[in-house]
Design a binder for this molecule. Structure first.
Ligand code: FES
Length: 124
């Protein structure tokens, strides 16, 4: 690896590495702000990890984020696939995680019954 001689070179390398790493990775963001937690988003997070492992799904990262701004629809999960607009799901309780994983991550379809409508409209 060549020596980096400027901040610009470092930033360029960081961006290049991020691009490589994220090229095929699906990232699920689970909102764990205060109202998310009170609605059970920590259980949603744990259930997502469990179901993804059970389905042997690879290249999926589940991360915790702060508030996404949808109090009324907590727990919320944002699915980010490379090259696609993010899809935001709401009211994803522990019991609904199985449907979300099966429909979106296994079958590759939008889980229409869980979508937060206004975001879905923005995304398409
Ligand atoms: S405080 Fe409820 S979604 Fe942010």
């Amino acid at each position: 690896m060549p020596k980096l001689k400027s901040l610009e070179q470092l930033e360029s390398l960081i961006n290049e590495l991020k691009e490589k790493e994220n090229k095929n990775k699906i990232v699920l963001k689970v909102a764990l702000g205060t109202c998310g937690i009170s609605a059970g988003s920590d259980e949603t997070y744990e259930e997502l990890l469990k179901k993804i492992e059970e389905e042997n799904l690879e290249n999926i990262e589940v991360i915790k984020t702060g508030c996404l701004g949808y109090c009324y629809a907590e727990p919320t999960v944002e699915v980010n696939e490379p090259g696609k607009e993010p899809v935001l799901y709401g009211n994803v309780t522990k019991a609904k995680v199985k449907d979300l994983v099966k429909t979106h991550l296994v079958e590759g379809k939008i889980a229409e019954e869980l979508i937060i409508e206004e975001t879905h409209k923005k995304a398409i």
